[in-house]
Design a binder for this molecule. Sequence first.
Ligand code: GCO
Length: 263
Amino acid sequence: MGSNLFDLTGKLALVTGATQGLGMAIAEGIGKSGATVVINGNSSQEKIDNAVSIFKSQGINSYGYRFNVTDEKAVVNAVAQIEKEVGSIDILVNNAGIIKRTALAEMEVEDFEQVIKVDLVSPFIVSKAVVKGMIERKAGKIINICSMMSELGRNTVGAYAAAKGGLKMLTQNMCVEWAPHNIQVNGIGPGYFATEQTKPIRVDGHPLNEFIINRTPAGVWGNPKDLQGSAVFLSAKASDFVNGQVLYVDGGILATIGKPSNE
Ligand code: GCO
């Protein structure tokens, strides 16, 4: 294995929700640093196969597994199958997530619970299934994809912010319980990125589009590839004494109260 602090050669990473968007970009970055990448999705086998073939065309050793990250039985079976067919999981990125933009006063309880289940409970379910092997091997990296909404709220994303705020605290508690086993658990908190998830609020003329560009010191929407460096860092030897932290990759938005639009 390379002596480079950021070399992931010989490592195996499982990335949930990695058939598009931030998850796919993160998986690509980890793969390009030498890791074998297992892509998870639950939408369609075709999307998973497509992502795997794109990675293979880039020289990334890649496999795809379709399972629902909110279904503990399916997750336990999938992790066992991956560890049997591909190898032990060294790096877990809990990226799978959904958002429902609805005012809290109007939100159906079922919709609120679904967001919490996917965005907060599933990282617990998948981590619990994977961490057993990491504890046995006394080594592992877990990265929870939090959000700037782990720190700030916004109208209509209350369920999502509650889940991502909880995920920040779950990250800290995973650190407390698993650091003694040489497992590092950290979060990445994306700001506003150009993905399918944000497409509805990114269209020209949408009030949020201009607001977010003005509110972000960098003055642009993030590109999913902007997350690859942080993901590689938190997957690699370079972060072996970093634990329980959330690394915000947000163009500076959390650093400012904003500025007058005419400034
Ligand atoms: C929204 C956005 C945000 C971003 C991201 C920020 O509706 O405000 O979707 O939630 O996607 O999560 O980190």
